[in-house]
Design a protein around this ligand. Structure first.
Ligand code: 6PG
Length: 232
């Protein structure tokens, strides 16, 4: 099933809509289940969203924050996706789970440990209320890069060598299995660099191997893509 594609005038409008969705889902999940389980996206696009969320009234002690992927670096490293979120959001250390890069030897061990942490926190069948994702100019999402073994991993979290886009560091990433178990998946896609892959995605072109974003299809959940005009 194809995602729902929504186009907005500019990145600020995308971030504003994403923030409203985030808050509504958080309030609903906390009211229904006592907590909101979210995976934040990597890259630079979410920065606008985080700056809006930082001004909102959210009880972060009730929000379990994971990362749909990250570079195998410490949170203090400029390449760290978790580092960006920690700098911009008033996250609660007790309920925030960066990938354990600082206490593991390599990305493979880090992915295995992250999956264990995730299962310990969420139970054996982890189902995220919201998974935020981006789209790379090469069609990747999370750190599921074209042609890489991670695309067919059957665990919940796996690792990958770098794709063609920088930074050239190993990755830890959610697999399609974990992403597609989510209640809601929300993509934030902005900029002209994404236009070609968005067009292929919307036309149903390519395969998961050549256009990994096509592998995102929640089994029993929503999938929405927020685009700005430049990417649409
Ligand atoms: C990563 C990201 C990656 C990102 C896309 C888009 O670690 O690189 O998780 O999947 O979401 O590459 O990146 P931008 O938002 O910077 O365009």
């Amino acid at each position: 099933m194809q995602p729902t594609f929504l186009t907005f005038p500019d990145p600020d409008a995308v971030a504003s809509d994403a923030a409203a969705r985030f808050i509504a889902l958080a309030e609903g999940a906390i009211a229904e289940r006592g907590r909101f389980v979210v995976a934040l996206a990597g890259g630079s696009t979410p920065e606008r969203l985080y700056k809006i969320l930082a001004t909102q009234t959210l009880d972060w002690t009730q929000i379990m924050v994971f990362f749909s992927d990250d570079r195998f670096v410490s949170v203090n490293n400029r390449f760290s996706n978790a580092g960006l979120a920690l700098r911009l959001l008033p996250l609660c250390p007790r309920t925030t789970f960066p990938i354990p890069a600082e206490t593991t030897l390599d990305a493979a061990e880090c992915a295995a440990q992250y999956e264990n942490e995730l299962i310990a926190a969420l139970g054996g069948e982890p189902r995220f209320d919201l998974v935020l994702l981006g789209l790379g100019d090469d069609g990747h999402t999370a750190s599921l890069f074209p042609g890489k073994a991670a695309l067919t991993a059957t665990s919940g979290v796996t690792h990958s060598t770098p794709g063609v886009l920088p930074p050239p560091v190993d990755r830890v990433t959610f697999t399609f299995a974990l992403i597609n178990a989510a209640r809601n998946v929300l993509f934030l896609v902005t900029g002209a660099g994404k236009k070609e892959k968005v067009a292929q995605w919307r036309a149903g072109e390519g395969s998961v191997s050549t256009l990994p974003v096509r592998g995102v299809a929640p089994t029993n959940g929503t999938c929405t893509v927020l685009l700005d005009q430049a990417a649409s």
